[in-house]
Design a protein around this ligand. Structure first.
Ligand SMILES: [Zn+2]
Ligand SMILES: [Zn+2]
Ligand SMILES: [Zn+2]
Length: 294
């Protein structure tokens, strides 16, 4: 039996970095340096039985599988896909499983009832279900399940408030035999998510050891021509204010889901230094975590 391993396959907000249509320095610099590119958030998990499981279906799945396979050279079709919510970058790669590309057979898609309903109401995605490409399987909130029998880990969907014009939203906890990893790329606000707890208390109640959390924006000044209330997320500055510095026994917290405007996209920014000084991290594509207590 091998250890369960989670690999980060994407760290950007739904638009990716560089973002289509952005001609400002944030994206111009990335276009001239491939190492700075980021794909929409996604995780790849290899179970203890060697089965493979994907979290989120992004349109950059092709490149993301290359990242995954450079860490874990696995063969064979995916055993499951899980989708947190129906915003663009988390689901828009679903069509890649169809016959034009991967030609998947009965791929189990774990998701909430509202995401399954949306799949059923979209002609493109319903066809995938009718043709036996995907097989949606509805999870119960807060109830951990094995994404495939004997894979050696469980997924626990945790309801988290986030703009719900298309579907509801869940953070997910990947529970290995030893460690638990939280993946929470999107939420509207800490007030809504924590219901009165501190971030540390909330993570501790969920028994989380590693937390990959929403780092969409650095602060409120980032979207020059848009009202930030249209796309609410707690800023990294606010999260750092709530967290202070990392102390002994604190979980390994790393930010992801970065918007192209976020100064954390630039590795030499002052904001990156501040994050590192406080002892917290930035998720990178290719980061991998063995869910085993050493
Ligand atoms: Zn998103
Ligand atoms: Zn940009
Ligand atoms: Zn979203």
């Amino acid at each position: 039996m091998r250890s369960v391993r989670v690999t980060v396959l994407g760290t950007a907000q739904d638009g990716g970095v560089p973002q289509p249509g952005c001609v400002r320095d944030c994206c111009r610099n990335v276009r001239s340096n491939d190492a700075l590119r980021r794909f929409p958030v996604s995780l790849g998990i290899v179970g203890s039985d060697g089965t493979t499981h994907l979290i989120e279906a992004s349109r950059s799945m092709g490149e993301q599988f290359e990242i995954w396979h450079s860490v874990d050279p696995v063969n064979g079709p995916l055993s499951s896909l899980s989708i947190t919510h129906a915003h663009l970058g988390h689901i828009d790669g679903l069509g890649l499983f169809g016959k034009e590309v991967m030609n998947a057979k009965n791929l189990i898609v774990h998701c909430s009832k509202s995401v399954a309903n949306l799949i059923e109401s979209n002609p493109l995605w319903r066809t995938l279900r009718e043709e036996g490409v995907i097989c949606p399987n509805i999870w119960n909130p807060n109830e951990a399940f094995e994404p495939s029998p004997g894979c050696g880990f469980k997924i626990r969907p945790v309801p988290v408030p986030h703009r719900d014009e298309l579907s509801d939203n869940h953070a997910i906890i990947i529970e290995g035999e030893g460690l638990k990893l939280l993946f929470m790329p999107d939420h509207d606000s800490w007030e809504g998510t924590l219901s009165g707890l501190s971030i540390r208390q909330w993570l501790s109640n969920l028994e989380v050891d590693i937390a990959l959390i929403d780092g969409t924006f650095w602060d409120e000044n980032e979207l020059r021509n848009r009202d930030m209330s249209e796309v609410p997320h707690p800023t990294v500055s606010e999260s750092l204010q709530r967290l202070g510095s990392r102390g002994h026994g604190d979980p390994d917290i790393r930010f992801l889901h970065l918007n192209h405007t976020n100064p954390l996209c630039n590795p030499s920014s002052a904001e990156n230094k501040e994050l590192a000084t406080k002892g917290w991290g930035l998720a990178s594509e290719g980061d991998s975590f063995t869910l085993e207590r050493l």
